[in-house]
Design a binder for this molecule. Sequence first.
Ligand SMILES: [Zn+2]
Length: 252
Amino acid sequence: MPKLIILGSSNAIPDENHENTHMVIVGKKRTVLIDCVSNPILRLQKAGVDFNNLTDLILTHFHPDHVSGVPLLLMNMWLMGRRNPLNIYGLHHTLDCIEGLMGFYAWSEWPDFFPVAFYRLPMQEMTPVLESKEFRIFASPVQHMVPTVGLRLEFIRSKKSLAYSCDTEPCAQVIRLAEGVDVLIHEAAGAFHGHSSAAQAGEAARQAGVGALYLIHYPTGKYASGDLVAEARQRFDGPVNLAEDFMAMEFD
Ligand SMILES: [Zn+2]
């Protein structure tokens, strides 16, 4: 403890072995889901994480491949009799859209619904999101098609750190967010509007001086092409890996 489990590593089009990109941080007191897609209850069960222990949900941006599981998560928690509050964090745009989406499901009329607290984050670099005895989480806006944050996690006891670029074009904010971290999880969807290639992820890792790079949000199944790790290694000397579903990283 604490550890991070990759729950999905694919870009917007998943395949049998790669769900849309999302992950969970499991601590002693806090379990933090980062984005929420598909069937969250099944995914967490498969990862060995007790669904009832979820305390916090961070939503990076309002694209379906990052938030489509939110209504089902909230409904399943309610049907399972949850009483504990759930904290949800995101930019104003993201949470306004989530509240609008839940409005279509008329969630305000679901009887005995558990308390949900929304924390709206400013578009400001290194905004503190949450702090526990085990870790601190910060958010910085990155460069995507809609307002989006990347995240930085600092583990208190081990002093290890991790950054997650989320969906972004190469930008200075990601370099600053990831500066000197042990692990950078960087997207590698491709070099097009709002995204980065594996080579650009490698370049970000080099500029930020990180310990190791994990590529995520990459094309899978019939859309997979080329050796992404080799591509990133052309720009970054350190260890490079592909993030895979259910991969766990310990930060003790
Ligand atoms: Zn996106």
